[in-house]
Design a protein around this ligand. Structure first.
Ligand code: ADP
Length: 313
């Protein structure tokens, strides 16, 4: 296992404590520089690949990484860089945007339940059910259009939703899904720069949405909603990490390390071959070795035929 360069304790929100977002620095890099972070990322990815291999072979557990952050916090870029190298058969990324009509016809967890990773897989939620206590809290008119029965809304709804999320995550954890949650925290100034960069780059302008700029007017409301949500739902079984994301290279390294440590904490093991299967495996080995000698002979016979036929006029 490679060294763990990021001090994850500083990013972790200890259960029962406040996230303290306003006192965290989104530009923090824990004294690591860009080239150091890029090299360290490669080593974390190597560890991740090894651990994913066992997770996949064992097929008993899964890992769910929930990624939340404001627009331009770098969620897509973290996914692209951290997941590269992993076996695509054992990973599943789902992005959650505005709910469709069909999704609104169900409770808010429904679409997320359908996207949960299967045993042996790493699932990533690019946004998640947490939007229900973030954008929906900042814009109560969204809640009014969710079609809820009156008793499901009203006073205390955010605390009830926090409780529902904790219960949901406890259920997942107790049934073999390790849940880990990351809030990519960017500064207001960095978001402005990234929006401008999108506008000024033909390869990025497709990502630009005027609505995202309008949301900046609600910056403080989002900070408050994140503070409340992260503080209320960081638990032993589904912890939150607040990752400084003004430097994308630091955020990628931190998230890779969070995933490595999450997988490493699981009691993963390759499936054991039962003792009484061993003679049959030995038999298979003998048969395969014999077949290899046979096919080598067959292919040289085939090549002799080809070379002799090539001599025909
Ligand atoms: P992104 O901005 O992450 O690249 P999209 O533009 O497709 O992706 O969609 C994200 C938008 O959908 C965000 O503005 C987000 O707040 C909104 N959204 C996500 N979940 C919900 C929800 N449950 N209710 C309302 N809006 C949501």
């Amino acid at each position: 296992m490679a060294k763990r360069p990021v001090d994850l304790d500083r990013l972790w929100v200890r259960p029962g404590t406040k996230a303290g977002l306003s006192s965290r620095d989104p530009a923090d890099t824990h004294g690591i520089n860009r080239s150091g972070a890029e090299k360290a990322l490669e080593r974390q990815i190597e560890d991740l690949v090894r651990l994913q291999h066992v997770l996949y072979a064992e097929r008993r557990r899964s890992v769910l990484l929930v990624l939340q952050g404001l627009d331009a916090a770098g969620k897509d870029s973290v996914i692209k860089h951290v997941m590269r190298g992993l076996n695509p058969q054992g990973t599943h990324v789902t992005a959650f945007g505005k709910p469709s009509g069909e999704e609104l016809d169900h409770d808010y967890l429904w679409r997320c339940v359908r996207a949960l990773p299967r045993r042996g897989s790493v699932g990533v939620f690019n946004r998640s059910y947490y939007e229900e206590v973030l954008v929906v809290r900042v814009h109560p008119e969204i809640l009014a259009d969710e079609g809820l029965p009156p008793e499901a809304g009203g006073d205390g709804i955010w605390d009830r939703r926090f409780e529902q999320m904790r219960s949901f995550e406890r259920h997942l954890a107790e049934n073999g899904t390790a849940v880990v949650k990351v809030h990519l925290q960017i500064s207001r100034e960095k978001q402005r720069e990234r929006f401008l960069a999108r506008l000024n780059d033909p390869a990025k302008v497709w990502k630009f949405r005027l609505e995202d700029v309008r949301e900046r007017a609600f910056w403080d409301d989002y900070q408050h909603a994140y503070e409340e949500a992260v503080s209320a739902t960081s638990t032993d079984y589904a912890p939150w990490y607040v990752v400084p994301a003004d430097h994308k290279w630091f955020a990628r390294l931190a998230v890779a390390q969070i995933l490595v440590e999450t997988l490493d904490a699981l009691p993963l093991a390759y499936p054991q071959v039962p003792e009484d299967e061993l003679p049959r495996l030995e038999q298979a080995r003998v048969e395969l070795e014999a077949e290899e000698r046979y096919s080598t002979g067959a292919s040289s016979a085939a090549s002799r035929m080809t070379s002799s036929s090539s001599k025909l006029p």
